[in-house]
Design a protein around this ligand. Structure first.
Ligand code: SIN
Length: 319
């Protein structure tokens, strides 16, 4: 298991980095994200994201334009959501509203410990490298988001299981839950832009070199080359492992906060408890164009259906 040495905790030259758990999550203070960031500061923030997997900035109160400007300093924004659209006037921004389309099959899902956990858009051959989420309307209580560290999850496997998963590949796709009864907006959106990809089960992080158990429970449908029963049983064992609480961090939002995560090295869980209250919840997300992941043998992911996710400018030009 990864351990934290004393020099990994505490203050950097210009920003304060406060770890939130042993393995994942750090709160960063001492920076105003509404201002352009010096290259050294950008690098420090990126390094903190790669190290801690998800970083939090409190009370930044960015508007749409400032959110986009902040994101552009770390990469090329994608279209808001490759499947579910974007905000009017801000093609880079996806509205994470309480009752958005992506939640439509919520009640038909099996209530397993890993239900809802996902890595953003792994149905694409090049899932986003990072996601930047901004809280605007936040419930007074409830509505927390959780992330899990896929590097620590891989590290914690025994040597024989590591050897097994290193050689496996999985099919990732958008699809309603097995047994879903209705055809709704979710299904129509998913059909309009079908995305299906074969990813290695273990990917190698392009910046840190860490091995990652690249399992996105909501999007992984099966393991390639094994029987359906082997696939299901093995996936259930690994999904349960990936969401073990000691690999996770839980973030309690205030309006104005920002969470930025390394989408290559994490899975996250949007809250379900918000549906048990009348509180509203509105967040906005920007994702940055990612590379095609590679497995431990160097073999890249392979698209089975659909185009790679391009920058917002390229995406709009091809429509
Ligand atoms: C997301 O899945 O990106 C949104 C997480 C949330 O709603 O907290």
């Amino acid at each position: 298991m990864t351990s934290v040495s004393p020099e990994t905790v505490g203050e950097s030259a210009s920003i304060n980095i406060t770890p939130q758990t042993l393995h994942i999550g750090a709160e960063i203070s001492g920076v105003d994200l509404s201002q352009p960031l010096a290259p050294a500061l950008r690098q420090e923030i990126n390094e903190a994201m790669v190290k801690w997997k998800v970083i939090f900035f409190r009370q930044q109160n960015l508007d749409h334009a400032a959110h986009v400007a902040f994101a552009r300093q770390f990469g090329q924004p994608t279209i808001g959501h490759a499947v579910f659209g974007h905000e009017d006037g801000y093609p880079e921004i996806y509205s994470i509203a309480k009752n958005r389309t992506a939640n439509s099959h919520r009640e038909e899902r099996l209530a397993t410990p890993w239900v809802g956990w996902h890595t953003d858009i792994t149905a694409a051959v090049n899932p986003p490298r990072a996601s930047i989420l901004r809280g605007v309307t936040v419930p007074p209580f409830g509505g927390d988001t959780m992330w899990t560290n896929l590097a620590v999850a891989y590290d914690a496997l025994s040597a024989p299981i590591k050897q097994l998963v290193d050689g496996l590949r999985c099919i990732h796709a958008f699809a309603p839950p097995a047994g879903a009864k209705t055809v709704d907006e979710y299904d129509k959106s998913v059909k309009r832009r079908t995305l299906k990809t074969e990813h290695p089960m273990v990917t190698v992080h392009p910046e840190s070199g860490e091995r990652l158990l690249f399992l996105s429970p909501s999007f992984v449908k099966s393991i390639v080359g094994v029987s359906p029963r082997e696939s299901q049983r093995l996936l259930e064992m690994l999904w349960e492992h990936v969401v073990r609480t000691e690999f996770t961090v839980r973030f309690k939002w205030n309006a104005g906060d920002i969470a930025m995560w390394d989408n290559r090295a994490t899975a996250h869980l949007a809250p379900n408890d918000i549906f048990d209250s009348n509180f509203d919840r509105q967040l906005y997300r920007i994702t940055l164009v990612g590379d095609v992941p590679c497995g431990v043998d160097g073999a890249p992911s392979v698209s089975l259906e659909g185009e790679p996710i391009l920058s917002v400018e390229e995406e709009l030009a091809r429509r």
